[in-house]
Ligand binder design. Structure first.
Ligand SMILES: *Cc1c(COP(=O)(O)O)cnc(C)c1O
Length: 390
C-alpha cells in the first residue's frame, strides 16, 4: 500500500474503505497517481469534472475570483452569484428563482423544505422511487430508495412512499391530493445509469398536474450537459416544478442549486432557509466558466457524438462477459453477464483506465465532457482484453 493510503487508513473514517489509488494531479482527461502512473479518467470524479482537470478556463476563473473576493456569506450580494442564477434561469427557460448550496444532498434538502413550505400541512407525504439516490444527509436519505444505505439510519420523521421506478400505474396509485411532491431522477445514476422508460416523466408530469403534487427532478448527475442536452428533462419536453443540480455544475468546485420554476421560485419567505457557504463567489465563478465553456466549445453536440462512439465501441467488444450498454451521452453503463464489476474495474485500472464498479454487474462511465474521440477509442480498443483479464 502506498504511504499516503496507509496514512489515509489511519486518519480518515472507514466509510469509504481505503480507495485503491492515491491521485496526485490531472490534466485534461488524464490523471497521475502518487507513483507517477498515468490513467485515462473515465469517471470524472463521479460526473463532476465536466471540463476535465486543470482546464485553463476553470483555473483562470477561480484564480481571479479567489484573488478578488472569496467569500461574502449570505449577508451580502455578489456579482458571480447573481450572474450564475440569471444564467441558470435562462438555460432552464423559466422566470423562477435559484437557491445555491454546496452539494447535491443540500440541494435536495432545500427542495424538500421548499415543497413542504409550499404544500402546507394537508399534504402529508412525498413519493420517491425504488433504487433512487438523493444524498446522504437525513432528509435526502429519507428520499433515497436503496434500503441498504437508508435503513440503518432511520427513523427519519418523514412519510416517504416508494414506487417501482418506471411504472406509471404505481405512480398513479401512490400520488393523491395528500401528496406534496414526487422526487425522480430522469436517469437513475447511482442505481446503475438506468434511464426512465419512454414517456415516464411525461406521465409523472400529468399525474402531478392532476393531483397538485410538485414534480421535483433530481438532475444532480444528469444535468449540465452530461446527456448531450443542458438538462435531461429538456429532451422529454416537460417542465418540472423544482430541479436540483450539483456535481458537474462547478467542474470540481463544490456548488449545488435548487431551482424553483414559476411560483415555486418564491415559495420560501425571508428567513425560511439558508447556507453560509452556499453559492460563494469562487464556486459561482467556476460554474460560470463551466457553462461558458460548454457553450463556446459546442460541448453538447460533442457529448452526443463521442457518447455514441463510446457506446458503439463498447457494444462492439463482443465478449461473453458483456451483456450490453445503456445510458446516453457521456453517461454509460457497461452491463455484465456476471457479477464481476470489481474485477473489471481492477483490470481496467491495470490497463490505465479509471472506471467505476457501481453495482456487482454494472460499470459506470462518466468521463469529462471534453474527452476526445481518440481517447474514447483508446478505451474501447482495450476493452476486450480488460474483459478477458477480468
Ligand atoms: C451524487 C448525487 C446526489 C448527492 O450529491 P452529493 O454532492 O454527494 O451530496 C444526489 N442525487 C443524485 C442524483 C446524485 O447523483
Amino acid at each position: 500500500m502506498s504511504d499516503l493510503r496507509k496514512r489515509f487508513e489511519a486518519a480518515v473514517m472507514p466509510n469509504y474503505g481505503v480507495p485503491p489509488v492515491a491521485l496526485a494531479r490531472g490534466e485534461g482527461c488524464r490523471v497521475w497517481d502518487t507513483d507517477g502512473n498515468a490513467y485515462l479518467d473515465l469517471i470524472g470524479g463521479i460526473a463532476v469534472s465536466s471540463l476535465g482537470h486543470a482546464h485553463p478556463a476553470l483555473v483562470a476563473a477561480v484564480t481571479a475570483q479567489v484573488g478578488t473576493l472569496a467569500h461574502t456569506s449570505n449577508l451580502f450580494v455578489h456579482e458571480p452569484g447573481v450572474r450564475l442564477a440569471e444564467r441558470l434561469l435562462q438555460l432552464l427557460d423559466t422566470d423562477g428563482r435559484v437557491f445555491f448550496v454546496n452539494s447535491g444532498a443540500e440541494a435536495n434538502e432545500a427542495a424538500y423544505k421548499l415543497i413542504r413550505r409550499r404544500a402546507g400541512q394537508d399534504r402529508t407525504y412525498v413519493v420517491a422511487a425504488d433504487g433512487s439516490f438523493h444524498g446522504r444527509t437525513m432528509g435526502a436519505l429519507a428520499l433515497t430508495g436503496k434500503a441498504s444505505i437508508r435503513e440503518p439510519f432511520g427513523p427519519f420523521g418523514a412519510d416517504v412512499r416508494f414506487v417501482p421506478y418506471g411504472s406509471v400505474d404505481a405512480l398513479r396509485e401512490a400520488v393523491t391530493g395528500e401528496c406534496a411532491a414526487v422526487f425522480l431522477e430522469p436517469t437513475q445514476g447511482e442505481g446503475g445509469v438506468v434511464p426512465a422508460p419512454e414517456g415516464y416523466l411525461a406521465a409523472a408530469r400529468r399525474i402531478c398536474d392532476e393531483t397538485g403534487a410538485a414534480l421535483v427532478l433530481d438532475e444532480i448527475q444528469s444535468g449540465i450537459g452530461r446527456t448531450g442536452v443542458w438538462f435531461q428533462h429538456q429532451r422529454e419536453g416537460i417542465r418540472p416544478d423544482v430541479i436540483t443540480l450539483a456535481k458537474g455544475l462547478g467542474g470540481g468546485l463544490p456548488i449545488g442549486a435548487c431551482v424553483g420554476f414559476g411560483t415555486y421560485g418564491t415559495a420560501f419567505g425571508k428567513g425560511d432557509h439558508g447556507s453560509t457557504f452556499g453559492g460563494n463567489p469562487v464556486s459561482c465563478a467556476a460554474a460560470l466558466a463551466v457553462l461558458d465553456t460548454i457553450d463556446k466549445d459546442g460541448l453538447l453536440d460533442h457529448v452526443t457524438t463521442v457518447g455514441e462512439l463510446l457506446a458503439d465501441g463498447i457494444a462492439a467488444a463482443g465478449h461473453p462477459l458483456l451483456a450490453g450498454v445503456r445510458g446516453s451521452g457521456l453517461w454509460r453503463a457497461i452491463v455484465l453477464t456476471e457479477p464481476k464489476s470489481a474485477e473489471v474495474e481492477a483490470a481496467a485500472r491495470d490497463a490505465g483506465f479509471l472506471v467505476n464498479a457501481i453495482k456487482p454487474d454494472v460499470i459506470r462511465l462518466a468521463p469529462p465532457l471534453i474527452i476526445t474521440p481518440d481517447e474514447v477509442v483508446s478505451f474501447t480498443a482495450a476493452l476486450p482484453e480488460i474483459l478477458r483479464k477480468a
